[in-house]
Ligand binder design. Structure first.
Ligand SMILES: *Cc1c(COP(=O)(O)O)cnc(C)c1O
Length: 346
C-alpha cells in the first residue's frame, strides 16, 4: 500500500482493481511480435474503432507513442508546433531532439489550448534559413495547465489552419477519454482531425502499463517498424493488454466521477483561507491551486499533509500545487483531503 491512501499527485497512482487483476490472470496470450497475441490484437482493434482509425498499435508508454509519431511525421531539422506546457517539451528527456532531430516551436498560452492565429504566426516560410514546419501537436486534455479541454470547434479551427499550411497533425490523447467524458464529443470525432492519435491506459483508465497509438494503415505499418527500433516490441504482452481491454470495458463510463470529485475538491479548496483557485477552470480531473497566500513553502505544505495520508504534486511555479482525481481515491477522499488542507494552513 502507498503511504498516501489519498494520493492526488497523479492519475498514474492507481493500482489494478481486483477485476482488472482477474482479467490479467486469465488473459489469453501469444507472441505479440508474430501478431499472435489475441489480447493485444483485440485491444488494438478496440482502440482503432474507438478512434475511428484503420489500425492501432499497442506500445509500452504514451511517451513512446509521441516519439514514434514525431519520428514518422518529421525528418531531422523539421519543426513541431506545440504548447510550451506539453509533454514532449518538458517530460520526454528531449526525446524529439534525440530520436528525430526535430526542433520544437513552442506557443505560450494560459490553458494549453492555442488558436489558429498562433499557429499561422508560428509557421515558417519556405526558405532555407528556417527549419521547416511539419507537424502541429494538440494535447487533449492538457496536462500541467490543469486538465483543460480542447472543444471540437477549437480542434477544427486549428486543424483547418494546419491543413492550409500543408502541416500534419498529431493528438496526444493521454487523457482524450476525459475530454470525451466532459464534452460528450465522440473520440472518433476528435481523432478525425488528426493523422495520428493515442490514448494512455495508465492514467485515468487505471492500468499498470500501456498506451495505444492509432492512425491509417500505412502509418501503423510504419509504427510497427519504429516499435521494434525503439525497443518496444514485446512478447506475451496480452498479460498487460488484458488490463487495457478491461479498462475500456469498465473504467471509461466512470471518468465523470473523477471530474465531479475534482470539482468538489476545487469548491472546497476555494473556501479555505490562503488557497487561490479558479473553480471555473476545473474542466476535468486535474486542478491547480496556489498556496502563496498561506505563507507556507510548498515543501512545508507537503510535509504537513504527509501524516494525513494526503499527497499532491508540485508544478513549475514554486507556489503552485496540482491535484489529480482518479479511481483509487477513496469515497471520502475529497472530504479527508480538504480537512487535511484546512488543518495544514490554519
Ligand atoms: C502521461 C502523459 C504522457 C506520457 O505518457 P506515459 O504513458 O507516462 O509515457 C504524454 N502526454 C501527456 C499529456 C501525459 O499526461
Amino acid at each position: 500500500m502507498s503511504t498516501f491512501p489519498i494520493d492526488l499527485s497523479s492519475d498514474t497512482q492507481t493500482r489494478p482493481t481486483p477485476g482488472m487483476r482477474d482479467a490479467i490472470a486469465n488473459a489469453e496470450v501469444g507472441d505479440e511480435q508474430k501478431r499472435e497475441d489475441p489480447s493485444v490484437n483485440r485491444l488494438q482493434e478496440m482502440v482503432a474503432d474507438l478512434c475511428g482509425k484503420e489500425a492501432a498499435l499497442f506500445l509500452p508508454t504514451g511517451t513512446m507513442c509521441n516519439l514514434i509519431a514525431h519520428h514518422i511525421h518529421c525528418r531531422p531539422g523539421d519543426e513541431i508546433i506545440l504548447d510550451a506546457s506539453y509533454h514532449p517539451v518538458n517530460f520526454e528527456g528531449g526525446g524529439p531532439a534525440v530520436h528525430t532531430g526535430a526542433a520544437m516551436r513552442v506557443l505560450e498560452t494560459e490553458t494549453g489550448v492555442f488558436t489558429p492565429e498562433q499557429v499561422a504566426t508560428a509557421v515558417r516560410p519556405k526558405d532555407p534559413h528556417f527549419p521547416q514546419t511539419k507537424l502541429v501537436c494538440v494535447e487533449n486534455t492538457t496536462n500541467i495547465l490543469g486538465g483543460r479541454i480542447w472543444t471540437l470547434d477549437a480542434v477544427k479551427a486549428v486543424a483547418a489552419c494546419a491543413r492550409k499550411h500543408g502541416l500534419l497533425l498529431h493528438l496526444d490523447g493521454a487523457r482524450l477519454l476525459n475530454a470525451v467524458a466532459a464534452t460528450d464529443t465522440a473520440a472518433a470525432e476528435y481523432c478525425s482531425h488528426f493523422d495520428s492519435c493515442w490514448i494512455d491506459l495508465s492514467k485515468g483508465l487505471g492500468c499498470p502499463v500501456g498506451a495505444v497509438l492509432a492512425g491509417n494503415k500505412e502509418f501503423i505499418d510504419d509504427a510497427w517498424y519504429q516499435k521494434h527500433r525503439f525497443g518496444g516490441a514485446m512478447r506475451q504482452a496480452g498479460i498487460i493488454a488484458a488490463a487495457g481491454i478491461y479498462a475500456l470495458e469498465h473504467h471509461v463510463g466512470r471518468l465523470a466521477e473523477d471530474h465531479a470529485n475534482a470539482k468538489k475538491l476545487a469548491e472546497g479548496l476555494a473556501e479555505i483561507k490562503g488557497i487561490g483557485i479558479d473553480v471555473d477552470a476545473v474542466e476535468s480531473n486535474i486542478l491547480v491551486f496556489d498556496i502563496a497566500a498561506t505563507g507556507l513553502s510548498r515543501s512545508d505544505f507537503f510535509d504537513r499533509l504527509g501524516p494525513h495520508g494526503v499527497r499532491f504534486s508540485g508544478l513549475m511555479r514554486p507556489t503552485l500545487v496540482r491535484a489529480v482525481t482518479h479511481l483509487d481515491i477513496p469515497v471520502d477522499g475529497v472530504e479527508r483531503a480538504l480537512a487535511a488542507v484546512r488543518q495544514t494552513v490554519e
